[in-house]
Design a protein around this ligand. Structure first.
Ligand code: NAD
Length: 479
């Protein structure tokens, strides 16, 4: 079986690390082997990124930006192949995989705006004949550690602005599905990106720990689950690194009694079950206020029960598999636990269990969930939607506040005043008003509140530039 290799300094590098299989979640078939880098290999990859820094950071800004346009083109022309990797290794539906890769193209495009975003202040005459200004420098080697659920989009969100700012990168994709990023690294190299600027390291927890300790890594950008995000942040800061660590989510959608039942149910089903619920911004809790609860649960359950499951290459498929057999067991366990804790299973998706044909679960709707139950407190990360019933807007906000997570919170209502209050009241980094998944476009920043992010700076948007660069403040007398 084909064993993948790291991509370092413009070429593949075999690994001697222990290898684990990559498995197609839609079929259960083995696709290849992914090695786990031992410390010596991590060191080689970091050294390659360090060696490339002086030449890359010394290039004229416009030369780097011109290359970003070439990288975008390289992804665009090879899109079909990259989509195919997302289909086979992640088990996304064709529509979802295509959407992800199209967004990835836009993300590289956004990195060309770095020049505009990175302008620094200049103050003339802070004293007679003396001016003060700031000069930006790249931070150095940036390590990007990524989750499985967006194997192209998230690594590019973490790395494209980094290299546009003059840093070099060690990208550590998820060990479940690294092929798309590896192939992209090859295309970037062919498009003219100098050797060592964009390296891909394969591995798991041990490789990440070595990265965090490595003296030549200046900054770490992590996206993944909350326990690992917390660990990365704590350990990274202890090693004096800059660290952005984005964690999991439990995203609430408050539905007020004046909302339209049909359009809200359509939005809720798409936001809860798209990508089999494996999105950090998936809606996983509906907070139904007052009398809308009965018709809403009914409308959601009917729509969810009718979702086409499986055959991910069929453009009409909506619900694909979850990433692993372990995920199937974990998610099914959550449904059982919710039942024990007093939730009503309005729709049970567990009949589509693990098997030879992949790791499918149907959509599950849990009604009468309450804060304090695991179905409300834990990120399930699968096709399970919980419904909490409350009597007032204030109670709805209290339900959101009871969660440790704070990625996104949305409200569906026709009351403009209430929508505006919600922006102030809901403790989350992304707010949706009549929009179920308020993921921002790249020129605005993204970061959750509470345990959804351990960072001072947001991902993408202007904040990213501050994370990826350091400044000198110069005070100069004109002689
Ligand atoms: P994960 O935390 O298991 O893995 C993420 C990365 O960390 C992978 O590269 C993995 O190899 C590495 N890793 C795993 N265990 C580690 C350890 N003990 N020490 C160091 N590194 C380790 O996450 P996942 O299952 O791949 O992805 C799903 C999670 O990511 C969900 O919780 C989801 O909400 C979250 N996510 C968050 C965002 C966001 O923007 N906040 C976006 C996408 C996904």
């Amino acid at each position: 079986m084909n064993q993948l290799a790291h991509f370092v300094s413009g070429r593949s590098m075999e690994s001697v690390g222990t290898a684990a299989p990559i498995i197609n979640p839609a079929t259960g078939c083995r696709l290849g082997l992914v090695p786990a880098a031992p410390d010596e290999e991590v060191d080689i990859v970091v050294a390659a990124a360090k060696a490339a820094l002086p030449a890359w950071s010394g290039l004229a800004v416009q030369q780097r930006i011109n290359l970003m346009f070439d990288l975008r083109r390289a992804l665009e022309v090879n899109k079909e192949e990259i989509i195919d990797f997302v289909l086979t290794e992640t088990g996304k539906t064709l529509t979802d995989a295509t959407m992800e890769v199209n967004r990835a193209v836009e993300i590289i495009g956004h990195a060309t705006a770095t020049t505009v975003l990175s302008a620094t202040p200049y103050t003339r005459g802070i004293a007679t004949g003396i001016n003060t200004y700031e000069v930006r420098y790249p931070v150095g080697v940036v390590a990007a550690i990524s989750p499985f659920n967006f194997p192209v989009m998230i690594p590019l969100l973490q790395t494209m602005m980094a290299i546009a700012c003059g840093n070099t990168v060690v990208a550590k994709p998820s060990d479940r599905n690294p092929s798309a990023l590896l192939r992209l690294a090859e295309y970037f190299s062919k498009a003219g990106l100098p050797d060592g600027v964009f390296n891909v390291l394969l591995g798991g927890a041990a490789a990440v720990d070595r990265i965090i300790e490595h003296p030549d890594v200046a900054a770490i950008t992590f996206v993944g689950s909350t326990p690992i995000a917390r660990h990365i942040r704590t350990k990274g800061v202890a090693h004096n690194k800059r660290v952005q660590a984005f964690g999991g989510g439990k995203n609430h959608l408050v539905v007020m009694p004046d909302a339209d039942v049909d359009s809200t149910a359509d939005a809720a089903v798409s936001a809860a079950f798209g990508a089999a619920g494996q999105r950090c911004m998936a809606v996983s809790v509906i907070v139904a206020v007052g009398a809308i609860a009965d018709p809403l649960v009914d409308a959601i359950s009917k729509r969810a029960a009718a979702l086409p499951i499986g055959n991910i290459t069929d453009p009409s498929a909506v619900l694909g598999p979850v990433i692993s057999e372990e995920s199937v067991q974990r998610i099914a366990g959550h449904v059982e636990q919710a039942k024990k804790e007093g939730a009503t299973v309005a729709l049970d998706g567990r009949q589509h269990g693990a098997g030879d044909d992949g790791w499918y679960l149907g959509p599950t709707v849990l009604d009468n969930v309450r804060p304090g139950m695991a179905a409300h407190s834990d990120e399930i990360f699968g096709p399970v939607l919980s419904v909490v019933r409350v009597n007032s807007y204030e109670e709805a906000v209290a339900v959101i506040s009871a969660s440790d997570f704070g990625n996104g919170a949305s409200i569906f209502t026709r009351d403009v005043g209430l929508a505006s209050r919600f922006t102030d009241d809901a403790p989350a980094g992304q707010i949706g008003i009549n929009v179920p998944i308020p993921s921002p476009v790249y020129f605005h920043g993204f970061a959750g509140w509470k345990d959804s992010a351990f960072t001072e700076t947001k991902m993408h948007g202007r904040d990213t530039i501050d994370f990826l660069t350091r400044t000198k403040t110069v005070t100069a007398r004109a002689l």
